[in-house]
Design a binder for this molecule. Sequence first.
Ligand code: PLP
Length: 387
Amino acid sequence: MNNHVMPTYARLPVCFERGEGVWLLDNDGNRYLDAISGIAVCNLGHAHPAVTAAITQQAGKLVHTSNLYRIELQETLADALVSASSMDNVFFCNSGAEANEAAIKLARKYGHGLDVEKPTIVVMEGSFHGRTLATLSATGNRKTQEGFEPLVDGFERVPYDDMGAISAIDNSNVVAVLVEPVQGEGGVRIPHPNYLRHLREICNQRGWLLMLDEVQTGMGRTGSMFAFQQAGILPDVFTLAKALGNGVPIGACLARGTAAEILTAGKHGSTFGGNPLACAAALAVLKTLREENLVDRAHILGSAIAESLRTELGGNLHVIEVRNQGLMIGIQLDKPCGELVGLALEKGLLINVTAETTIRLLPPLILSDEIARHLVEQLIGIVDAYL
Ligand code: PLP
């Protein structure tokens, strides 16, 4: 163990040297099936040839220039994202937290434009939006916030998936709602199918911006390119990161209509945001998702895996529920199950446990039927032995 890395992570005792599609190889030559994709990042698997080619070609040409100048690949990527999402424009940054920071700043400035005294954003219990000060303040998990007080002001919290609580808000400072279409870190919590539509309606009625955090749900993960597309609505703002670059750090905050006119010259920025290397990777990701039809694949495969898990684990008294939206899959147990991560690792399977009692699977979208069956069989063996 290296003592010079700040100990901010409880790391598992394994170190990977190489990746090939859905497999990771450690430096002793052992092979692991990656059912977590670097936490919803490597949706195309590891070392996808299209991404590797895009990065290597771009690295040989130009990595970085700064946003002092036009960046053609950034403009091309913005066009591609706007056309995929029906938004109007994009701000590029480097991570999910930064993308959400941009959204938070945008909402505050929108509020000040309306002469709102203390612009306030409605956020959810159980949410996760990042680790910067504003995003951890927006996050609905006390553990993430503890020790970092004073928190950033200007957030009002309500229970997730509870329209009554939103409708009951009586605060003239509210200017926006920030919400995950599916809560990932919160335990793969999937709201009622009408939830986003209802939020859209109430935001329209009250003049609030609807801002979706699609950092985990975006880029095909839930069976549509962006999760909001399944609800048949458009947000005013949404954020992306994680799978956008398949591992090359890039984040994005997209806006539409009035919201697209808020962040003007000098109001926000990032040295690295949207540099040529990151944009080349993201363009390759978008192209590959389309060419390999991986978004539909996430829907079909997610349903098949979840159905098998329901059938096989349904009889187990400790399994409360198997939830999925596309390849965002949660197995809710009736007890804490963090140890399962280490047990699965010993068997060559990478999984994750979130919200203490939910086994979370976020496999790459390139998973074959055969390996999906292998994943289910292996997981069932591990879970059955544990429970
Ligand atoms: N938003 C959501 C929904 C996330 O799941 C995460 C990370 O897990 C973030 C924001 C923060 O992203 P990052 O770690 O890239 O800052």
